[in-house]
Write a protein that binds this ligand. Structure first.
Ligand code: PXP
Length: 269
Protein backbone atom coordinates (compact mmCIF):
# COMPACT_ATOMS: atom_id res chain seq x y z
CA UNK A 1 0.00 0.00 0.00
CA UNK A 2 1.35 3.44 -0.94
CA UNK A 3 0.89 6.55 1.18
CA UNK A 4 0.32 9.98 -0.30
CA UNK A 5 0.56 12.63 2.40
CA UNK A 6 -1.76 15.56 1.78
CA UNK A 7 -0.05 18.68 3.12
CA UNK A 8 -2.80 21.27 2.47
CA UNK A 9 -3.39 21.89 6.15
CA UNK A 10 0.17 22.99 6.76
CA UNK A 11 -0.67 25.84 4.41
CA UNK A 12 -4.01 26.31 6.20
CA UNK A 13 -2.07 27.03 9.39
CA UNK A 14 0.22 29.43 7.57
CA UNK A 15 -2.77 31.24 6.06
CA UNK A 16 -4.21 31.80 9.55
CA UNK A 17 -1.55 34.54 9.82
CA UNK A 18 -0.84 35.17 6.11
CA UNK A 19 2.90 34.83 6.68
CA UNK A 20 5.40 32.23 5.42
CA UNK A 21 5.49 29.83 8.35
CA UNK A 22 4.97 26.84 8.47
CA UNK A 23 6.30 26.20 4.98
CA UNK A 24 4.67 23.21 3.17
CA UNK A 25 7.96 22.63 1.33
CA UNK A 26 9.66 21.62 4.59
CA UNK A 27 7.00 18.94 5.01
CA UNK A 28 8.03 17.34 1.73
CA UNK A 29 11.51 16.52 3.03
CA UNK A 30 10.12 15.26 6.33
CA UNK A 31 7.55 13.08 4.52
CA UNK A 32 10.30 11.55 2.42
CA UNK A 33 12.35 10.78 5.54
CA UNK A 34 9.32 9.25 7.26
CA UNK A 35 8.63 6.80 4.43
CA UNK A 36 5.79 8.46 2.49
CA UNK A 37 5.55 7.62 -1.21
CA UNK A 38 3.96 10.75 -2.59
CA UNK A 39 3.01 14.33 -1.80
CA UNK A 40 -0.59 15.23 -2.47
CA UNK A 41 -1.91 18.76 -2.45
CA UNK A 42 -5.02 20.56 -3.61
CA UNK A 43 -4.60 23.79 -5.56
CA UNK A 44 -8.03 25.29 -4.98
CA UNK A 45 -9.55 27.99 -7.17
CA UNK A 46 -9.79 30.29 -4.14
CA UNK A 47 -6.14 29.46 -3.11
CA UNK A 48 -7.40 29.17 0.45
CA UNK A 49 -4.37 27.14 1.53
CA UNK A 50 -1.85 25.99 -1.13
CA UNK A 51 -0.61 28.79 -3.46
CA UNK A 52 0.89 28.59 -6.95
CA UNK A 53 4.30 29.37 -5.49
CA UNK A 54 4.05 26.37 -3.12
CA UNK A 55 3.33 24.10 -6.07
CA UNK A 56 6.29 25.46 -8.02
CA UNK A 57 8.73 25.09 -5.15
CA UNK A 58 7.51 21.59 -4.24
CA UNK A 59 7.66 20.45 -7.85
CA UNK A 60 11.19 21.78 -8.18
CA UNK A 61 12.31 19.93 -5.04
CA UNK A 62 11.68 16.59 -6.89
CA UNK A 63 12.01 14.64 -3.65
CA UNK A 64 8.74 12.70 -4.01
CA UNK A 65 6.22 12.26 -6.82
CA UNK A 66 3.64 15.04 -6.77
CA UNK A 67 -0.09 14.41 -7.07
CA UNK A 68 -2.00 17.67 -7.57
CA UNK A 69 -5.74 17.69 -6.88
CA UNK A 70 -7.64 20.33 -8.79
CA UNK A 71 -11.01 21.18 -10.28
CA UNK A 72 -11.71 21.23 -14.01
CA UNK A 73 -11.18 25.00 -14.06
CA UNK A 74 -9.19 25.89 -17.24
CA UNK A 75 -6.96 28.52 -15.59
CA UNK A 76 -5.81 26.07 -12.87
CA UNK A 77 -5.30 23.25 -15.39
CA UNK A 78 -3.20 25.45 -17.67
CA UNK A 79 -0.92 26.31 -14.74
CA UNK A 80 -0.61 22.65 -13.65
CA UNK A 81 0.11 21.44 -17.17
CA UNK A 82 3.17 23.72 -17.23
CA UNK A 83 4.33 22.42 -13.82
CA UNK A 84 4.17 18.82 -15.10
CA UNK A 85 3.51 16.89 -11.87
CA UNK A 86 3.54 13.12 -11.97
CA UNK A 87 -0.25 13.00 -11.54
CA UNK A 88 -3.36 15.18 -11.41
CA UNK A 89 -6.45 14.10 -9.51
CA UNK A 90 -9.57 15.86 -10.72
CA UNK A 91 -11.95 16.73 -7.89
CA UNK A 92 -15.25 18.63 -7.66
CA UNK A 93 -14.96 22.04 -6.04
CA UNK A 94 -17.44 24.32 -4.40
CA UNK A 95 -16.40 27.64 -2.84
CA UNK A 96 -18.61 27.27 0.24
CA UNK A 97 -17.47 23.78 1.22
CA UNK A 98 -15.20 23.13 4.21
CA UNK A 99 -13.59 20.21 2.35
CA UNK A 100 -14.21 18.26 -0.88
CA UNK A 101 -17.80 17.04 -0.59
CA UNK A 102 -18.79 14.14 -2.81
CA UNK A 103 -17.04 12.77 -5.85
CA UNK A 104 -16.55 14.24 -9.31
CA UNK A 105 -19.54 13.80 -11.62
CA UNK A 106 -17.69 12.20 -14.54
CA UNK A 107 -20.93 11.22 -16.29
CA UNK A 108 -22.26 14.80 -16.39
CA UNK A 109 -18.90 16.28 -17.45
CA UNK A 110 -17.88 13.45 -19.74
CA UNK A 111 -16.65 15.43 -22.79
CA UNK A 112 -14.73 17.99 -20.75
CA UNK A 113 -13.03 15.37 -18.56
CA UNK A 114 -12.17 13.24 -21.60
CA UNK A 115 -10.51 16.28 -23.22
CA UNK A 116 -8.55 17.13 -20.04
CA UNK A 117 -7.47 13.51 -19.65
CA UNK A 118 -6.28 13.35 -23.26
CA UNK A 119 -4.26 16.55 -22.91
CA UNK A 120 -2.57 15.54 -19.66
CA UNK A 121 -1.82 12.01 -20.82
CA UNK A 122 -0.28 13.40 -24.01
CA UNK A 123 2.09 15.26 -21.66
CA UNK A 124 2.86 12.01 -19.79
CA UNK A 125 0.99 13.16 -16.68
CA UNK A 126 -1.14 10.48 -15.02
CA UNK A 127 -4.82 11.25 -14.52
CA UNK A 128 -6.84 10.08 -11.53
CA UNK A 129 -10.49 10.94 -10.87
CA UNK A 130 -11.86 11.39 -7.34
CA UNK A 131 -15.24 9.68 -7.49
CA UNK A 132 -17.97 8.09 -5.43
CA UNK A 133 -18.51 4.37 -5.84
CA UNK A 134 -21.46 4.38 -8.27
CA UNK A 135 -20.89 1.97 -11.14
CA UNK A 136 -21.77 4.55 -13.81
CA UNK A 137 -19.08 6.93 -12.48
CA UNK A 138 -16.50 4.12 -12.44
CA UNK A 139 -17.35 3.06 -16.01
CA UNK A 140 -17.28 6.67 -17.22
CA UNK A 141 -13.85 7.12 -15.58
CA UNK A 142 -12.53 4.25 -17.66
CA UNK A 143 -14.18 5.56 -20.82
CA UNK A 144 -12.68 9.06 -20.51
CA UNK A 145 -9.23 7.47 -20.41
CA UNK A 146 -8.19 7.97 -16.78
CA UNK A 147 -5.60 5.54 -15.43
CA UNK A 148 -6.74 5.68 -11.83
CA UNK A 149 -9.75 6.41 -9.67
CA UNK A 150 -9.55 7.59 -6.10
CA UNK A 151 -12.60 6.36 -4.22
CA UNK A 152 -14.13 8.95 -1.88
CA UNK A 153 -14.05 7.54 1.66
CA UNK A 154 -15.69 10.61 3.23
CA UNK A 155 -19.08 9.02 3.94
CA UNK A 156 -17.43 5.91 5.36
CA UNK A 157 -15.18 8.07 7.58
CA UNK A 158 -18.06 10.24 8.79
CA UNK A 159 -20.12 7.20 9.71
CA UNK A 160 -17.15 5.69 11.56
CA UNK A 161 -16.77 8.95 13.47
CA UNK A 162 -20.44 9.16 14.40
CA UNK A 163 -20.42 5.54 15.61
CA UNK A 164 -17.19 5.71 17.56
CA UNK A 165 -16.99 9.19 19.03
CA UNK A 166 -19.10 11.69 20.91
CA UNK A 167 -19.16 14.04 17.95
CA UNK A 168 -22.96 14.03 17.81
CA UNK A 169 -23.00 15.61 21.28
CA UNK A 170 -20.84 18.56 20.24
CA UNK A 171 -21.61 21.63 18.15
CA UNK A 172 -19.84 19.87 15.24
CA UNK A 173 -22.47 17.20 14.55
CA UNK A 174 -22.33 16.16 10.88
CA UNK A 175 -25.62 17.42 9.46
CA UNK A 176 -25.92 14.82 6.70
CA UNK A 177 -25.65 12.02 9.25
CA UNK A 178 -28.49 13.12 11.48
CA UNK A 179 -30.09 9.71 11.26
CA UNK A 180 -31.25 7.53 14.13
CA UNK A 181 -28.26 6.00 15.93
CA UNK A 182 -29.78 2.53 15.48
CA UNK A 183 -29.44 2.95 11.69
CA UNK A 184 -25.84 4.18 11.70
CA UNK A 185 -24.32 0.70 11.86
CA UNK A 186 -26.25 -0.46 8.80
CA UNK A 187 -25.19 2.64 6.84
CA UNK A 188 -21.61 2.10 7.99
CA UNK A 189 -21.53 -1.52 6.79
CA UNK A 190 -23.15 -0.45 3.50
CA UNK A 191 -20.45 2.17 3.00
CA UNK A 192 -17.73 -0.50 3.35
CA UNK A 193 -19.53 -2.82 0.92
CA UNK A 194 -19.89 -0.10 -1.63
CA UNK A 195 -16.16 0.77 -1.40
CA UNK A 196 -15.31 -2.92 -1.73
CA UNK A 197 -17.59 -3.40 -4.76
CA UNK A 198 -16.45 -0.16 -6.37
CA UNK A 199 -12.78 -1.09 -5.98
CA UNK A 200 -13.39 -4.52 -7.48
CA UNK A 201 -15.28 -3.10 -10.45
CA UNK A 202 -12.64 -0.43 -11.12
CA UNK A 203 -9.78 -2.94 -11.02
CA UNK A 204 -11.74 -5.29 -13.27
CA UNK A 205 -12.04 -2.47 -15.80
CA UNK A 206 -8.28 -1.99 -15.71
CA UNK A 207 -8.18 1.10 -13.51
CA UNK A 208 -5.74 1.54 -10.64
CA UNK A 209 -7.54 2.20 -7.39
CA UNK A 210 -6.69 4.69 -4.65
CA UNK A 211 -8.84 5.90 -1.78
CA UNK A 212 -8.94 8.96 0.41
CA UNK A 213 -10.75 11.51 2.51
CA UNK A 214 -11.33 11.39 6.24
CA UNK A 215 -9.01 8.43 6.78
CA UNK A 216 -7.27 8.38 10.14
CA UNK A 217 -5.37 6.19 12.58
CA UNK A 218 -8.58 4.59 13.86
CA UNK A 219 -10.66 3.88 10.77
CA UNK A 220 -8.13 2.34 8.35
CA UNK A 221 -8.54 -1.37 9.06
CA UNK A 222 -11.55 -2.15 6.81
CA UNK A 223 -10.04 -0.11 3.96
CA UNK A 224 -6.73 -1.99 4.23
CA UNK A 225 -8.65 -5.22 3.72
CA UNK A 226 -9.77 -4.19 0.23
CA UNK A 227 -7.04 -5.77 -1.91
CA UNK A 228 -7.68 -3.66 -5.03
CA UNK A 229 -6.81 -0.41 -3.24
CA UNK A 230 -3.12 0.30 -3.74
CA UNK A 231 -2.79 3.86 -2.45
CA UNK A 232 -4.24 6.05 0.29
CA UNK A 233 -4.11 9.83 0.33
CA UNK A 234 -4.31 11.12 3.87
CA UNK A 235 -4.02 14.67 5.16
CA UNK A 236 -6.03 16.11 8.02
CA UNK A 237 -5.49 13.31 10.54
CA UNK A 238 -1.71 13.26 10.00
CA UNK A 239 -1.37 17.03 10.28
CA UNK A 240 -3.65 17.05 13.35
CA UNK A 241 -1.52 14.43 15.09
CA UNK A 242 1.70 16.18 14.09
CA UNK A 243 0.76 19.14 16.28
CA UNK A 244 1.32 16.91 19.30
CA UNK A 245 3.94 14.42 18.10
CA UNK A 246 5.78 16.16 15.28
CA UNK A 247 5.23 15.56 11.57
CA UNK A 248 7.89 12.88 11.06
CA UNK A 249 6.52 10.77 13.90
CA UNK A 250 2.90 11.24 12.73
CA UNK A 251 3.77 10.09 9.21
CA UNK A 252 5.87 7.17 10.48
CA UNK A 253 2.94 5.98 12.60
CA UNK A 254 0.69 6.05 9.55
CA UNK A 255 3.29 4.27 7.42
CA UNK A 256 3.49 1.55 10.06
CA UNK A 257 -0.26 1.07 9.94
CA UNK A 258 -0.63 0.84 6.19
CA UNK A 259 2.55 -1.01 5.17
CA UNK A 260 2.82 -4.51 6.69
CA UNK A 261 6.41 -4.87 5.48
CA UNK A 262 7.43 -1.70 7.31
CA UNK A 263 5.56 -3.00 10.34
CA UNK A 264 7.71 -6.15 10.26
CA UNK A 265 10.85 -4.11 9.79
CA UNK A 266 9.84 -2.06 12.81
CA UNK A 267 9.32 -5.20 14.92
CA UNK A 268 12.77 -6.54 14.03
CA UNK A 269 14.50 -3.31 15.10
N1 PXP B 1 -7.97 12.80 -1.49
C1 PXP B 1 -8.65 13.82 -2.06
C2 PXP B 1 -9.01 13.70 -3.50
C3 PXP B 1 -8.98 14.98 -1.32
O1 PXP B 1 -9.66 15.98 -1.91
C4 PXP B 1 -8.55 15.08 0.02
C5 PXP B 1 -8.83 16.32 0.80
O2 PXP B 1 -8.17 17.38 0.22
C6 PXP B 1 -7.84 14.00 0.56
C7 PXP B 1 -7.58 12.86 -0.20
C8 PXP B 1 -7.34 14.02 1.97
O3 PXP B 1 -8.42 14.06 2.86
P1 PXP B 1 -8.15 14.22 4.41
O4 PXP B 1 -7.49 15.55 4.60
O5 PXP B 1 -9.52 14.16 4.99
O6 PXP B 1 -7.27 13.09 4.84
Amino acid sequence: MLLGVNIDHIATLREARKINDPDPLEAVFIAKRAGADQITLHLREDRRHIHDDDVLRIRNSSVLPLNIECSINPEILEFILKISPHRITLVPENRQEVTTEGGLDVVANFERIAEITRTFREHCIEVSLFIDTQIDQICASKEVGAQMVELHTGTYANLHLMLNSNLSYTHNTIESLKIPRSELKTHFLDSISSLRDGAKEAKWLGLEVAAGHGLNYHNLAPILQIPEIIELNIGQSIIARSIFTGLESAIKEMVKLIKPSERNAFRLD
